[in-house]
Design a protein around this ligand. Structure first.
Ligand SMILES: [Zn+2]
Length: 243
């Protein structure tokens, strides 16, 4: 063994190599390609054609989907992007063009594109002069424009820490019998079947969890979970994370 046998080290390495979803490499590549493509489509269809140039109309549903997706994946505020882009067209290749390689140098635009964008998007006169006609509804004012970072933070939670969420939600549902099922894959990702058995989310354990919840409520006899455990050959080994 080259590495010390620390559970925390194993868990970290496993998380780094497999993530919490335990996706295979091609699933991760596919996920990245699909989500990136949706983002590219949102920029080119919604921000550029529909919003900045009014070159096409969009039905409110896809229009809002694109706006929501951009908030979720880029923290881009529609009015800012539109204003910066319209100014780029209006002042093309002059010193007032927010991202002209001609005026500012290719190197600056290439390496500092994000900073150039941010500086221009923060200028109130740019937004006032070039940002007209962009969404200003309740959601835009109270959520998307007000908390642009919240969307990407939410995306991070969805991508990285999804299985933890049901447990966090459960405590806010008093009086409900809430039995979250899920795995966080720490150090047990040899096969999917073994992982499901270990974390007690295979078919047998789901039956057992349901019966235990019903027995706690008094809906079924309290001996029923024990019978199921015996029938499926499940040992009571305590909580998975303590084994
Ligand atoms: Zn354009």
């Amino acid at each position: 063994m080259l590495l010390p046998d620390w559970p925390f080290l194993h868990a970290t390495l496993d998380w780094l190599s497999q993530g919490l979803w335990g996706l295979t490499w091609w699933q991760i590549v596919l996920y990245t390609l699909v989500t990136t493509h949706i983002t590219i489509a949102s920029v080119t269809i919604f921000l550029h054609r529909h919003q900045a140039h009014r070159a096409m109309d969009l039905h409110p549903i896809p229009s809002h989907f694109f706006r929501f997706w951009l908030w979720l994946s880029t923290a881009m505020v529609t009015k800012e992007w539109v204003a910066v882009h319209r100014k780029h067209h209006a002042k093309c290749e002059t010193m007032d063009d927010p991202h002209s390689p001609q005026a500012h140098g290719l190197k600056t635009v290439f390496w500092k594109g994000a900073e150039l964008y941010r500086a221009e998007a923060d200028r109130q006169e740019t937004l006032a002069k070039f940002g007209h006609g962009t969404p200003a509804d309740w959601l835009e004012r109270h959520v998307y424009s007000r908390y642009p970072i919240l969307g990407v933070s939410l995306m991070l939670v969805l991508n990285v820490a999804w299985p933890i969420v049901p447990e966090q939600v459960a405590r806010w549902l008093p009086g409900r019998n809430f039995t979250p099922l899920g795995t966080d894959g720490m150090g047990r990702s040899d096969t999917r079947e073994a992982l499901r058995r270990f974390f007690e989310v295979d078919a047998e354990h789901i039956v057992l969890a349901a019966l235990s919840a019903l027995a706690d409520e008094g809906t079924v006899q309290s001996t029923l979970p024990g019978q199921a455990r015996q029938r499926y050959g499940l040992q009571d080994e305590g909580e998975p994370w303590l084994r």
